[in-house]
Design a protein around this ligand. Structure first.
Ligand code: UTP
Length: 305
C-alpha cells in the first residue's frame, strides 16, 4: 500500500487512551503515567504519536486522567529549555526537543474517572464526530519496522468495516487479553471476527488470537459504548461493544475484521515487557547500541539458569 492511499482515507483522526491507573507497574506509576515511562530515550506515548503521524493521522486526541499533566507538558514547547540548549550550542538535542511538539496536532481531553477503555473511547465522541477513526493504546508499542496501522486503515477503506488487530499469543497468556473467535477470508492476513470475549480463561478461550492495541472504528461504536454497561473488572469494555458489533448481522454498521499481526510489539505497561522493549530498541541505538550488545552477550553467558 502506498502512503497516498493512507492519506486519501476517510480516517484522519487518532485517539490515544492514556488514562488508565497503570496498577501493573506500581509503584513507578504512582505519580507518573505508565505512558511516560521511557523506552530508551523517549516516553512510550511519543512512539505512539509518531506512529499515528507516520500513518497519515495528524489529528491526535490523547485521553488523559489523574497525574497526566506531564503528558500535556511533554508535547508542549518548552522555551526555557530551548534557550538553554541554544546557549550550549547543542543543535542535536535542541532539534530532538523541538521535534516533539511538531510530530502532530496533539489535543488533550480528560477522562474524569478511569471507568474503562470503552469509556475512554466514548470521551472522544465530540472530537471525532461522525467519521471513522483510529485508536492506539498509549502503552502498546508496535515496532516501526513492522507497520500495522496503515494496513488496518486500508482494510477499513476497502471493506467499509471496523478493523481490529489480532496477534497469536501462548495459550497460557490469553487470559490477559481480549480474545477473538474468527473465520478466514480470501486474504490470509485478514479474518472475519465472529465474537469477542474479554480476558477469558485458557479453558474457555475460543482461540489464541489476542486483541492488541490498535483499532480502526466506525462512529457507530459510540452508540454502542453509550449503552454498554460495566463488564469484566466493573469497567466499560471496548471489547464488549465490539462483540455486539461482531455478533450483529446488521450490514448498516458493517462487520468486524481482524488483521493478523506477526511483527514486534511491546506492552510497556508490563514490567518484563518494558525491560525487553528497552533492550530490543537499545541495541539499535547508534550511540551506545554496540556497547549494550557486548554487555548483554557477556551478561547472558554468565547467567545461571
Ligand atoms: P489497561 O488495562 O492496560 O490499563 O488499559 P490500566 O487499567 O492502566 O492497566 P493496569 O492493568 O492497571 O496496569 C488499556 C489502555 O486503556 C487506557 C490505558 O491507559 C491503556 O492505554 N485506559 C484504561 C484509559 O484510558 N481509561 C481507563 O479507564 C482504562
Amino acid at each position: 500500500m502506498t502512503k497516498n492511499e493512507t492519506l486519501n482515507s476517510g480516517v484522519t483522526k487518532a485517539v490515544i487512551p492514556a488514562a488508565g491507573l497503570g496498577t501493573r507497574f506500581l509503584p513507578a506509576t504512582k505519580a507518573t503515567p505508565k505512558e511516560m515511562l521511557p523506552i530508551v530515550d523517549k516516553p512510550a506515548i511519543q512512539y505512539v504519536v509518531e506512529e499515528a503521524s507516520a500513518s497519515g493521522l495528524q489529528d491526535v486526541l490523547v485521553i488523559i486522567g489523574r497525574n497526566k499533566g506531564n503528558i500535556v507538558d511533554h508535547f508542549d514547547s518548552v522555551p526555557e529549555l530551548e534557550i538553554a540548549l541554544e546557549k550550549k550550542d547543542d543543535a542535536n538535542k535542541l532539534e530532538r526537543v523541538r521535534a516533539v511538539s511538531e510530530i502532530a496536532d496533539v489535543h488533550m481531553l480528560r477522562q474524569g474517572q478511569p471507568l474503562g477503555l470503552g469509556h475512554a473511547v466514548l470521551c472522544a465522541r465530540q472530537h471525532v464526530g461522525d467519521s471513522s477513526f483510529a485508536v492506539l493504546l498509549g502503552d502498546d508499542l508496535i515496532d516501526e519496522r513492522d507497520p500495522l496501522l496503515p494496513q488496518m486503515i486500508a482494510e477499513h477503506d476497502k471493506r467499509q468495516a471496523t478493523v481490529i488487530a489480532l496477534m497469536e499469543v501462548p495459550e497460557e497468556s490469553i487470559h490477559l487479553y481480549g480474545c477473538a473467535d474468527v473465520e478466514t477470508t480470501e486474504d490470509p492476513s485478514v479474518v472475519r471476527v465472529k465474537s469477542l470475549v474479554e480476558k477469558p480463561d485458557a479453558a474457555s478461550a475460543p482461540s489464541n488470537l489476542a486483541v492488541i492495541g490498535r483499532y480502526v472504528l466506525r462512529p457507530e461504536i459510540f452508540e454502542l459504548l453509550e449503552k454498554q454497561g460495566p463488564g469484566r473488572g466493573g469497567e466499560i469494555q471496548l471489547t464488549d461493544a465490539l462483540n455486539t458489533l461482531a455478533e450483529s448481522d446488521s450490514d448498516s454498521v458493517g462487520p468486524v475484521y481482524g488483521v493478523l499481526f506477526k511483527g514486534r510489539r511491546y506492552d510497556t505497561g508490563d514490567k518484563a515487557d518494558w525491560i525487553k522493549a528497552n533492550l530490543r530498541l537499545g541495541v539499535e541505538n547508534e550511540d551506545f547500541g554496540a556497547e549494550l550488545k557486548d554487555w548483554i552477550r557477556d551478561f547472558a553467558s554468565n547467567l545461571e539458569s
